[in-house]
Design a protein around this ligand. Structure first.
Ligand code: ATR
Length: 271
């Protein structure tokens, strides 16, 4: 029997993870079966334990269960603990190990696929929800010159500054604070793209040759990426690469083998 893995969420039918992991398994010759599991909104733990009892070796967790997965884990990696959210569970020796590969997925996409070295860069992270919290530690570990975090609700950005200030140069700034400041990398971690809108930022936040990165992805460029392009930014990316890179990191945690991500990203982008 193939080793069993799954992605658990609600809804789940839209998830690209089974496809991505099938491509990884094919490419690396690993004996892996990866399925999609719909968990009822009130019974995420039951779904996890049921999967473990059926021989599940690990699972990815997606909306809306990342916080519950964090609570269910018997052991957490530092990055999952900082993120207060778990997207990767490993079932091993009667333990449920919780990890979070979203942040390293973003960092790997930016540094390897988009060839932007984050060391000594000025980074602006827009948004202060779970998506932001999940990526701050891996971003700070790249030793940027500064990581500025901004949010429509400023208090939440300030709380993240306090949580992470011992890890690096992080500052919270309100959205109206950017009159004359610019950044080398501007990352949209808000959910505004889902409403086809974007955070209210001035065009000067984009430095010459800046990268504008939206952690969301959709068939059409997001409103944030359209705004960046209209502001003269040429280097634009949505979150497809991050999606594939976070999956690759989960695959590596489970199988100790690193899949090639570039052909998978190219395939997803072409469709
Ligand atoms: P998640 O945990 O998935 O990140 P969340 O906690 O609801 O989701 O956070 C969503 C983020 O997107 C928040 O930073 C939110 O700003 P607020 O904290 O002010 O609510 C931001 N956001 C959502 N819609 C937005 C919009 N139209 N304009 C600007 N920011 C928006």
């Amino acid at each position: 029997m193939l080793d069993q893995y799954a992605v658990i969420g609600n809804p789940i039918s839209h998830s690209q993870s089974p496809r991505i992991h099938a491509l990884f398994a094919q490419q690396t010759g690993q004996s892996v079966q990866y399925s999609a599991l719909l968990a009822p909104l009130d019974s995420f733990p039951i779904t996890v334990f049921d999967f473990i009892n059926k021989g599940g070796r690990g699972a990815n967790v997606t909306l809306p269960f990342k916080l519950q997965a964090h609570q269910l884990a018997t052991r957490l990696t530092e990055r999952a603990s900082c993120a207060q959210a778990v997207n990767t569970l490993t079932f091993e020796n009667n333990e449920i190990i919780g990890d979070n590969t979203d942040g390293i997925g973003l960092v790997n996409d930016i540094s390897r696929n988009l060839a932007v070295n984050l060391a000594s860069k000025r980074i602006l992270l827009i948004g202060a929800g779970g998506a932001s919290r999940g990526v701050i530690l891996p971003l700070l570990q790249q030793k940027p010159l500064l990581l500025t975090i901004t949010n429509r609700t400023f208090d939440k950005a300030e709380a993240l500054q306090q949580q992470f200030q011992s890890y690096g140069n992080i500052h919270a700034r309100s959205l109206d604070h950017f009159i004359d400041q610019s950044f080398d990398v501007v990352i949209n971690a808000t959910s505004a793209s889902l409403q086809n809108t974007f955070p209210d930022i001035p065009v000067n936040v984009f430095a010459v040759d800046a990268l504008a990165y939206d952690m969301m992805y959709s068939k059409e460029p997001t409103a944030f990426l359209k705004f960046a392009q209209q502001s003269g930014v040429n280097h634009l990316s949505d979150g497809i690469g991050m999606l594939v890179e976070q999956a690759a990191e989960s695959f590596y945690i489970w199988r100790n083998v690193r899949p090639e991500t570039k052909p998978v990203i190219a395939l997803l982008k072409s469709q």
